[in-house]
Design a protein around this ligand. Structure first.
Ligand code: NAD
Length: 316
């Protein structure tokens, strides 16, 4: 039995925030969930609706709605507030609208005396994680973006579907920007205990090369495809955020492709990192092929141009 009460606040009770809260409730991850939204009535309604499911949850969770001043004792504040992409809109095009929202939210959270971890999902997530870090004054290890966790899940799912193996046995990451310049680390993909190259050699299927290229493009463009059909993406990011939250609260030292601060480049970007209750413990730069190195450089350059082009309100 846990003797520590895990407290998590969610700012933004739209599609992503509520999918996260729903996944958290169903997986019994935290004892307390606080919902905050500029639309207070909506947050209240969501807290009521979710609470009505508590008798069917694996563990008791107290779900309330409230204000930034209630964030004082939270272990994690997860920020999913802001405008989502419209059909055809890139994540980067959201920066103008979502930067001010992020700065406002983080300064309100910090004013409560909050001293936990910030987990950012709002897009463009790498740039907004930088905005949140600057506005918070927290150590870089304690401000984390969801990064390419969702993209990597999509990658593993599509590879698993193609090779007809459980995606949990596919070890593969997407790194860089959570967006159009992201890249697959093909050189480090493992299917079970086989490096991809050996697995492909054994299959000897001439269609694999094109299929793998299509899979990556499917990952990179997945959000556009889903948004085109249903207007938004929210369930899988809700589950991705839940996975990250578990790694933090359960002190797992899990390796996840999170958006983390790269000192030399002065940007946040998605890279496999060890995460636990203290936040980011170590960034694990994979060994990349020359081609992958070039792609990553380009992706980081894209993030640098946007991040460094912004005027950042700082609390540091
Ligand atoms: P949504 O419109 O359904 O919900 C956004 C919520 O934020 C609304 O409830 C709104 O009232 C609230 N909000 C807006 N301004 C606020 C403020 N100043 N303070 C508090 N709350 C405020 O949008 P959504 O579909 O839930 O998407 C939310 C964000 O998540 C978007 O930026 C979207 O692009 C992003 N997203 C990220 C990923 C990822 O992998 N990181 C995946 C999907 C979506």
């Amino acid at each position: 039995m846990r003797n520590k009460i895990n407290r998590v606040a969610v700012v933004g009770t739209g599609a992503v925030g509520c999918s996260y809260a729903y996944a958290m409730l169903n997986q019994g991850v935290a004892e307390e969930l606080l919902l905050i939204d500029i639309n207070e009535k909506r947050a209240e309604g969501e807290a009521m609706d979710l609470s009505h499911g508590i008798p069917f949850a694996p563990t008791p969770t107290k779900i309330t709605n409230g204000h930034y001043s209630d964030c004082t004792n939270m272990d994690i504040v997860v920020i999913t507030a802001g405008l989502p992409q419209k059909p055809g809109e890139t994540r980067m095009e959201l920066i103008g609208k979502n930067k001010a929202v992020m700065q406002h939210i983080v300064s309100e959270v910090m004013a409560s005396g909050f001293n936990g971890l910030l987990l950012i999902a709002s897009n463009p997530v790498d740039v907004l994680t930088h905005v949140a870090w600057k506005a918070s004054g927290l150590d870089k290890s304690r401000v984390i973006g969801s990064g390419t966790t969702l993209d990597s899940a999509r990658f593993r799912y599509l590879l698993g579907e193609y090779f007809e193996v459980d995606p949990r046995n596919v070890h593969a990451v997407i790194i860089g920007e959570h967006g159009d310049s992201e890249l697959p680390v093909w050189s480090q993909v493992d299917i079970g205990v086989d490096p991809l190259e050996r697995y492909l050699r054994r299959r000897n299927n001439p269609e694999d090369k094109q299929a793998l290229q299509d899979i990556f493009e499917g990952v990179r463009d997945a959000a556009y495809e889903v948004i085109d059909r249903k207007g938004a993406t929210f369930y899988a990011i809700g589950m991705s955020l839940t996975r990250i939250t578990k790694a933090i609260l359960n002190h797992e030292n899990s390796i996840l492709p999170l958006s983390v601060y790269l000192e030399e480049e002065d940007v946040f970007a998605g890279l496999p990192s060890i995460v636990n209750r203290g936040g980011i413990q170590q960034i694990l730069m994979p060994e990349l092929s020359e081609q992958e190195k070039g792609w990553l450089k380009q992706s980081i350059q894209t993030l640098k141009e946007i991040t460094h082009g912004m005027e950042l309100k700082t609390n540091q």
